[in-house]
Design a protein around this ligand. Structure first.
Ligand SMILES: [Zn+2]
Length: 414
């Protein structure tokens, strides 16, 4: 892990210095190797090539002998380069992601990745097809996994291994958390998709995200807000008070925080409470998203980006607490897995419009509904509405209209 962080940081450091130092200096630091030079018939140099070792080639074991250690996994180097390139791609494509940053040694999560290799001979002798059990990374049984350089380790499976024989291991990532936990995550590959498209349900649903509950569907089902932070707030606050007390004491006695054992112990506890909340919330979001996707052919939600809500500070806080953004991206990811459709629509006027007659509140001398109006009666057609349910129905209609419009067909057929 230390080595992998080092590689990443070196790659990044080179990219930063390259853009800063002038070419002459670069020649001094990373001279062009002589094998790239070209000579004329008399043996004189005609052209010094402009080729220069880049990327991984610059981080040599000559310079850093400890990188040649036999216990280090060579695949880790290439995997780190991929991670590094991904970080730059993220920066170029997604403007919200900043330029790659240096990884610190005291980061709460430390990790490294490596790949599985399959040798023709071992595969032939063990079943004849690539599987979870015959690569350089392999499962020995249900609770043990063999890793290159690390050896045999005991694992607890969080989900059943696929029984499909054609599944193979591509890459694994090993992580060490501030809580002291270790995880191994596997990226599996298969020629067949892991999820099968489900039969059509002929059901459609619109969902309205709001602050009083987690969501309301157009079928008038309400999911309450899981306020995990609220339930453990006291415990967390107490643990954090102890933590800062220990920090103050260590500073007073001029001890370094890294060496004060009581401080580190408490830090682990605080991290554990945070991790618990995170897991509970993820679990809740995954469960809710999967149910929605599995039971409906079409799921329509509002596009959070265009919601004015984020400008309101108090609401922005609660958005980040309940994790709608994560929820919407889960829906987006899960829909194609099961052969479903997920659509996001602009939520403008979905709350203010009467679903039955299309009257818009705020027009013709009526007052706009405020956040406090939970229920209302349409002044035009006198239908009584529950605000969120009405909004969810409008969101569904908007999604269906969009699907029938030319824009969607153009998006599909180009
Ligand atoms: Zn109406």
């Amino acid at each position: 892990m230390n080595a992998s962080r080092f590689i990443y940081n070196q790659l990044l450091a080179h990219s930063r210095t390259d853009s800063l130092i002038i070419k002459n200096k670069l020649d001094q630091q990373f001279p062009i190797p002589e094998q790239y030079w070209r000579y004329n018939k008399k043996g004189q140099v005609i052209k010094k090539s402009t080729k220069r070792p880049t990327g991984l080639d610059r981080i040599t074991t000559k310079q850093y002998p400890w990188l040649g250690d036999e216990d280090l996994d060579s695949d880790m180097f290439t995997n780190m380069k991929v991670h590094y390139q991904n970080a730059w791609n993220m920066f170029r494509k997604v403007h919200s992601a900043g330029i790659p940053k240096f990884k610190r040694k005291d980061r709460p999560v430390q990790s490294y990745s490596t790949s599985s290799h399959y040798s023709t001979k071992t595969v032939k002798n063990n079943g004849g097809v690539f599987s979870l059990y015959n690569g350089s990374i392999k499962f020995l049984d249900g609770s043990h996994i063999q890793l290159p350089k690390v050896g045999r380790i005991k694992v607890k499976l969080h989900r059943a291994l696929p029984t499909n024989r054609l599944v193979r291991i591509a890459t694994i990532t090993i992580k060490h958390y501030a809580t002291g936990d270790w995880t191994v995550s596997l990226l599996l590959k298969s020629d067949k998709p892991f999820h099968q498209a489900l039969p059509k349900t002929h059901q459609t649903v619109g969902i309205d995200l709001n602050t009083d509950n987690f969501l309301t569907t157009s079928e008038a089902a309400v999911t309450a807000n899981p306020r995990y932070y609220c339930t453990i707030k006291k415990r967390l606050a107490k643990a954090q008070r102890v933590l800062s007390r220990r920090e103050r004491r260590a500073k007073k006695e001029h001890r370094s925080l890294r060496k004060s054992r009581n401080y580190q112990k408490q830090r682990g506890l605080v991290a554990k409470i945070h991790a618990q909340v995170r897991c509970q919330r993820q679990n809740f979001l995954h469960g809710r998203a999967t149910t929605l996707i599995k039971n409906h052919d079409l799921v329509v939600a509002e596009n959070l980006k265009s919601k004015n809500m984020l400008r309101n500070h108090a609401l922005a806080m609660s958005i980040s607490d309940v994790g709608w953004r994560t929820f919407l991206s889960m829906l987006e990811d899960k829909a194609p897995l099961y052969g479903r459709l997920f659509v996001e629509v602009n939520p403008a006027y979905t709350t203010q419009t009467c679903h039955d007659c299309g009257f818009v509140m705020g027009s013709a001398d009526t007052k706009r509904l405020t956040l406090r109006d939970r229920e209302w009666t349409c002044p035009a057609c006198h239908v009584h509405h529950i605000r969120d349910h009405n909004a969810a129905q409008n969101i569904l209609t908007k999604g269906q209209q969009w699907l029938q419009s030319g824009k969607y067909l153009a998006a599909i057929y180009g």
